[in-house]
Design a binder for this molecule. Structure first.
Ligand SMILES: NC(=O)c1ccc[n+]([C@@H]2O[C@H](COP(=O)([O-])OP(=O)(O)OC[C@H]3O[C@@H](n4cnc5c(N)ncnc54)[C@H](OP(=O)(O)O)[C@@H]3O)[C@@H](O)[C@H]2O)c1
Length: 264
């Protein structure tokens, strides 16, 4: 299927590694022009080189910490200016908030989690929508987590803040639909990225297990009996950013191998 996004300009944040990188790759494979952002410049530049070599897509790397809200207008302006004053696609992604049980997190951790997980999405949308409105075409997708649907033990910040992201984006989808801007969320299940590798020992210690046993247990709990490959999530996001997805908005889509049990 031709996704119809050749030459569309996309900004993907948190895109130097893991799921964000896979989304950038999937969009680049469809011919999109890319601006990618993350905090560490070296890793980001390496990701940009990798994307250019794999796909031939033009890729602009802009170092940015999306939890520094004051830096977001500049990030969006640089991305749009670089590609002829246009921005058609935004994929909001970043690192997940840290492990922490409900009574153990301090105020500073709550504030940081709030800025990273919710406020960054609000600031990014606020900055990109005027570009999309001007051309009456836009796609916004946020990568959240199955924690928006079912709490994950120990990920309190994610359990509390991801539903707020969904509430915000569902509200936005209603306000910008008339401008032909589609807004959706994707909830990853389990993918063995750096974040997941970092979290496994914490989860395992919390449950009195070894990381290896916990990994096996978690794989067995997925109906497909395996973790996802990041590119499997990347291609779903690329579809939501596509022309054929033109009547899909306000949706929250688990990409989790069937892990979530909820019917809706
Ligand atoms: N992997 C999973 O199984 C899974 C499951 C459910 C939900 N998720 C969620 O999906 C998102 C991506 O997860 P992942 O597993 O791909 O994580 P990852 O492997 O840790 O990659 C995170 C990416 O985001 C960048 N990043 C982190 N903090 C950032 C910030 N403040 N500003 C800009 N960029 C930032 C990182 O680069 P820098 O460090 O250089 O900034 C990196 O490129 C997270 O929110 C995670 O909670 C993941």
């Amino acid at each position: 299927m031709d996704l119809g996004i050749c030459d569309r300009v996309a900004l993907v944040t948190g895109a130097s590694e893991g799921l964000g990188f896979a989304v950038a790759r999937a969009l680049a494979e469809e011919g999109a022009k890319l601006a990618i952002a993350a905090r560490r410049t070296e890793t980001l530049e390496a990701a940009a080189r990798d994307l250019r070599e794999r796909t031939g897509a033009p890729v602009l790397a802009v170092p940015c910490d999306v939890s520094r809200l004051e830096d977001i207008p500049q990030l969006v302006a640089r991305a749009a200016e670089h590609f002829g004053d246009r921005l058609d696609i935004l994929v909001c992604n970043a690192g997940g908030p840290p492990f922490g049980r409900p009574l153990d997190l301090n105020d500073e951790q709550w504030q940081q989690g709030f800025e990273l997980t919710l406020r960054s999405v609000v600031a990014l949308c606020r900055a990109v929508v005027p570009h999309m409105r001007r051309r009456r075409w836009g796609r916004i997708v946020a990568i959240t987590s199955t924690s928006a649907r079912e709490p994950i033990d120990g990920l309190t910040l994610s359990n509390a803040l991801r539903p707020a992201v969904h509430g915000y984006l569902k509200s936005l989808s209603r306000d910008v639909g008339a401008d032909n801007i589609l807004v959706n969320t994707v909830c990853p299940g389990s993918y063995l990225t750096q974040r997941h590798r970092d979290l496994l020992p914490r989860w395992a210690a919390d449950q009195g297990m070894t990381p290896e046993d916990l990994l096996r247990q978690r794989e067995a709990a997925v109906p497909l009996r395996r973790f996802g490959e990041p590119i499997e999530l990347g291609r779903v996001v690329a579809f939501l950013c596509s022309e054929p997805a033109s009547y899909v908005s306000g949706v929250s889509l688990p990409v989790d191998g069937g892990l979530c049990r909820g019917l809706l």
